[in-house]
Design a protein around this ligand. Sequence first.
Ligand code: ADP
Length: 397
Amino acid sequence: MAKIISVNAGSSSLKFRLFEMDDETPITSGVIERIGFDDAIFTIKYNGEKDVKTLPIKDHKVAVQLLLEALIDKKIVNSLDEIKGVGHRVVHGGEYFSSSAIFDQDTADKIDAIRALAPLHNPAHLTGYYAFKEAIPTAGAVAVFDTAFHQTMEPSSYIYPIPYKYYTENKVRKYGAHGTSHFYVSQKVIEKLGNPEHSKIIVCHLGAGGSLSAVKDGKSINTSMGLTPLAGIMMGTRSGDVDPSIISYICEQTNISVEEMIDILNKQSGLLGVSGVSSDFRDVEKAMQEGNERAKLARQIFVRRVADYIGRYFVQMGGCDAIAFTAGIGENSFSGRHDILEAIKEALGIQINEDINHEAIGEEALISTPESKIKVFVIPTDEELVIARDTKRLLNL
Ligand code: ADP
């Protein structure tokens, strides 16, 4: 019996899911939020029950200890030795990692070396790694990178048209993100299409953050996020692609710094910025139904931008066998899917079974009709499972 825990350590949070890997059953999951505060929140789900506690949690080390104590207290494990592997989600692997890797000192040093590319995330992942290493020294560790799946892009897709020295000297290029999700969802679609050798798939990962990818023959050949997750489609609070001159123009006009402007593009833009209502897609839809014009505009821009990326990737791959929707909006918003598909269906020959689309909420479904030129799927993503599988594979468990 091999138990593996998937861990996603953020700057002030730690999400986890423990699997029994013999049959890939999730045993328990949860999140510790507001690490570093006196009112941190520890939520753990087990046996259909949810236990929520508010308590002071000084740092990630304490958070990990607390989590492991809870596993013992609740008799989820009898001893920590039962946990044979810890799989860590790592946001940025730079050009060092094109696949998951054993998390040892060398991997840790590389993750640290590119911390400037993900200043909030990479240091937090390292903190999580050291905390688990100390708490369960007998368990192996694996790093699973959000960027790895997109390392198969060609230079013509990942080099920015700016002086080349910024790539060679400063590592500026498109890296993409959500790679674990794009990999999982595209693999599921390949299984369903039954043509692993030749497949052209567009994955739409639409959550609070969102990105699209073009996956040809199982490999990512393009994706909408860039050097950082600020690029690409419009998101909950992130602008996605904008004319970079906007930055200096607004800084001059309103007397703010570049840092402040980047913060605005990250945290006050997107659905929230345009609608003025919320970053949450459900809230924006509700406001729109109540007649809020800016909420309507925000949603229209969101749809337009997703549709534009689908068009680009359709052209880049020379066609498309399947489009897959995933993550919070992609899995749950039948109206969002409907409007995106409305925007592309004439050009791409797509036909949707509206009844199936309407019912496909948070579950796997084929929502296109047999006549549709492109199959359209809803595929719930499962990044934690990919992390656990890679951990099992690399540790030979
Ligand atoms: P994260 O990027 O934080 O993982 P999620 O994948 O959880 O985000 O997606 C969050 C988004 O999904 C929010 O905008 C939320 O409004 C949207 N969402 C979740 N459920 C629904 C639903 N039933 N209908 C429409 N949107 C939904």
